[in-house]
Ligand binder design. Structure first.
Ligand SMILES: *Cc1c(COP(=O)(O)O)cnc(C)c1O
Length: 442
């Protein structure tokens, strides 16, 4: 069993997070409940930022907020001086509602709508990360119509794909994101942007994958982008001020995962960029990164109440909990593996192997195939670890299950930051067909 961040076990044998008893949290807020260890988020944020400072490199660490988007997490990100990546009008709107500094908001996405781009101009955000030729047209048109400037980064695909423990370099990348670096697309896009009076190209961006455990892929990506920056300097006297190397830093979901410290990735990037700038006499660019999972992943723990226990003799024991793929679709979607504990009986041996199933009407709704927990009993509090990234943000109302509540814990205090959905919430967008047919105003 591995505990994360401020997790500990108290004298009652209960799992605590941020100095708060998880059994008390479950009683206060109900289950399923997602608990965020705010201190762990802060530590991760600091270690990324401080490593850049130690290397003497100007940086921005942008929280890739698609991993978990809410007003409260944006407030914490702002208090840690992070920047923010948003990928939709909805995330941008949430950031504005959270009072996030607009100049530190970066707008991503491979199919931003005209309305979403307008919102970015309305709010005068920090930059738009341009993904494709249609977007170049739209952004130029909006800027010209409004006579309003905009800073942009160009998203490029360097022909490197990283997969967890391995990466491959491909001649040309088959990706829905960004301009290909090698087939001339990036050069064409650059000229279309660079020659526009309202647009300033700040630099280049790439994001090579997710849950990456080694540094080579980042080094190759940095070298590929810097080579193009040198070419554009030589051909167009253009100096790139920002090199954004994306996110994707791996975290530990199970004991098999061996993540590197955030600082290791950052150091490797910094060294690669500094070496390239020296050999080409290029001014040192700012390095921006975009961690999502590595900021919030292991800071999140989901608490469930155990319900039915079904033994299939000779096969397995199913322990069903009061949530499932509706609040964490990653096991069903990506075969993602998690670990769990019996949070109300932490001092008992956590050695019983059970399958933790959700309550959705899908055979595939299994949260953990082989969880090791205490001898299961109905009513137990089951905690699944590392659910802070891509779980609530991908949650659905499948089977009309209400989405869970979210609490932030820190220094012995707990704060409700997303309230639990009610049945009322679930039906709030429904309109009656019968009433409409009768011409009633509702
Ligand atoms: C998803 C995404 C990230 C964050 O990825 P993580 O694996 O969560 O760190 C960063 N940048 C871009 C452009 C992304 O799409």
């Amino acid at each position: 069993m591995h505990l994360y961040g401020t997790q500990s076990v108290n004298e009652k044998g209960h799992l605590t997070i941020g100095g708060v008893d998880t059994v008390d949290l479950a009683q206060t807020y109900g289950t399923p409940l997602i608990v965020y260890d705010v201190d762990l988020f802060r530590q991760r944020a600091k270690s990324f930022k401080e490593t850049f400072q130690d290397a003497g490199i100007k940086s921005q660490v942008a929280y890739a907020s698609k991993a978990f988007s809410s007003i409260a997490i944006y407030e914490v990100a702002e208090s840690e001086n992070l920047s923010l990546d948003v990928v939709s009008g909805g995330e941008l709107y949430t950031a504005i509602r959270a009072g996030f500094p607009r100049e530190r908001i970066h707008f991503h996405g491979n199919n931003k709508s005209y309305a979403e781009l307008q919102l970015a101009f309305d709010e005068e955000i920090g930059c738009i990360v341009i993904d494709n030729f249609l977007e170049i047209e739209l952004v130029k048109e909006i800027a010209r119509t409004r006579k309003q400037r905009m800073d942009v980064l160009m998203r490029v695909t360097p022909g490197i794909e990283a997969h967890t423990h391995d990466y491959i370099t491909t001649g040309q990348e088959d990706s829905k994101f960004g301009f290909d670096l090698k087939n001339g697309q990036a050069d064409r896009a650059f000229l279309q942007l660079h020659n526009d009076p309202y647009i300033t190209v700040l630099g280049m961006h790439c994001h090579i994958g997710s849950q990456i455990f080694e540094t080579d892929a980042f080094r190759y990506a940095a070298e590929a982008l810097m080579a193009k920056m040198v070419a554009w300097r030589d051909e167009h006297q253009f100096i790139c001020r920002v090199l954004n190397l994306g996110g994707g830093f791996g975290i530990r979901y199970t004991e098999e995962d061996k993540p590197l410290e955030p600082a290791v990735y950052v150091k490797e990037m910094a060294e690669t960029v500094l070496a390239m700038t020296r050999s080409h006499q290029y001014p040192i660019p700012e390095i921006w990164i975009e961690p999502g999972r590595s900021l919030v992943g292991d800071a999140g723990t989901t608490l469930y109440t155990a319900g039915s226990i079904k033994e299939v003799p000779g096969k397995r024991t199913y322990l069903a909990v009061d949530g499932g793929m509706s609040d964490n679709i990653r096991p069903a979607l990506y075969d993602a593996v998690y670990t769990a504990v019996t949070a109300n009986r932490m001092n008992e041996p956590q050695t019983e192997v059970v399958t933790i199933a959700g309550k959705c009407c899908e055979s595939g709704d299994k949260l953990i195939e082989e969880a090791r927990i205490a001898q299961p009993e109905t009513g137990d509090l089951i905690a699944t670890f590392c659910t802070g990234a891509y779980s609530y943000s991908m949650a659905s109302n499948y089977n009309r299950l209400p989405k869970p509540a979210i609490v932030f814990v820190e220094n012995g205090e707990h704060h409700l930051v997303v309230r639990r959905e009610t049945y009322e919430d679930i039906t709030r967008l429904d309109m009656s067909f019968n009433s409409s047919m009768r011409g009633e105003k509702i």
